[in-house]
Design a protein around this ligand. Structure first.
Ligand SMILES: [Zn+2]
Length: 295
């Protein structure tokens, strides 16, 4: 991925390696459970109580401090700027029919654990978006973990795809799709609406790559393939296979690997951000047996 020398977003806050070791009480997890966060993968790390539930609590800020010439931060800030430029344009494009301006999200880099508007979260939940404070939270060590655990690519474009997916959740929040899914929380069809939202976020990441490429020309040979390899590795079916040895459609929340690849690829190919295309993620038929949209 060609990103060096690009403008950096001013919306990145670096909380890595923060001293003090603020103890986050286990009870803080209640806040996390009370509000919905949008994860990148369906990895369940928290046991029955969810992320951060129970236990003696997690310590904030005990990870390594960032190095002086911080390539990771420059990379994240540059990619976030790419997303800002693309989504600002798309919201201003009247043909898309959004009828509002884009409000930029914040992005917090953290290590080990973080306090958010959605409660406290350990790194183990992976990258996520908190709609309450309109912020993407990212512990960059996830990028290394993704490669080690899931066999995903370490390539930078794959990392940009992770950020673009989370920013996609912010776009959904701005456009009112998140609220529509919230109406189904705790109901029988909760899972299918979660899958609809997650696949739409992958599609939005693809749209971002299409429009970003036209503006910034950042895709290099092999990049798209590496992002698709990552998408394949993080579908609910693959993650469940690796973590439990079998695939259970009931547990699907992000969509199957095949569908994550399908919708990221379609967004990348068409760059179609019109509201009527985005609506289809909510009107398309859903096959509960396969955990897939029929579209
Ligand atoms: Zn997601």
């Amino acid at each position: 991925m060609q990103w060096e020398g690009g403008a950096e977003s001013s919306n990145v806050e670096d909380r890595r390696g923060r001293g003090g070791g603020v103890a986050l009480a286990g009870g803080g997890a209640v806040g996390l459970l009370a509000l919905v966060i949008y994860l990148f993968t369906g990895v369940n790390i928290g046991g029955p109580q969810g992320p951060g539930g129970g236990g003696p609590g997690v310590e904030q800020g005990q990870g390594e401090a960032p190095p002086a010439n911080d390539r990771t931060k420059r990379f994240v800030a540059t990619v976030l700027n790419f997303t800002e430029e693309v989504w600002k344009d798309e919201f201003n494009n009247r043909a898309n029919g959004y009828g509002k301006r884009y409000a930029e999200p914040k992005l917090v880099l953290f290590s080990n654990a973080v306090q958010t508007g959605c409660g406290n979260a350990p790194s183990a939940v992976g990258p996520f978006y908190c709609p309450a404070d309109e912020t993407v939270y990212l512990d960059p060590t996830f990028f290394e973990e993704l490669e080690r655990k899931l066999g995903g690519s370490k390539a930078e474009f794959s990392q940009a795809y992770v950020i673009a997916h989370e920013v996609g959740h912010h776009v959904q929040n701005q456009l009112g799709y998140s609220r529509r899914v919230d109406e189904h929380r705790g109901k029988r069809d909760e899972k299918q609406f979660s899958v609809r939202l997650e696949l739409q976020a992958d599609y939005l990441a693809g749209v971002w790559a299409n429009k970003g490429q036209k503006k910034f020309n950042f895709i290099e040979p092999g990049d798209v393939e590496s992002a698709i390899t990552s998408a394949k590795a993080i579908g609910d079916d693959r993650i469940q296979k690796r973590s439990r040895g079998w695939v259970s459609p009931e547990g699907f929340t992000h969509g199957t690997s095949a569908q994550r690849v399908k919708y990221f690829s379609e967004g990348l190919k068409t760059g179609d951000a019109r509201k009527e295309r985005l609506e289809r993620f909510f009107t398309a038929e859903y096959d509960p047996r396969r955990g897939e949209l029929v579209d």
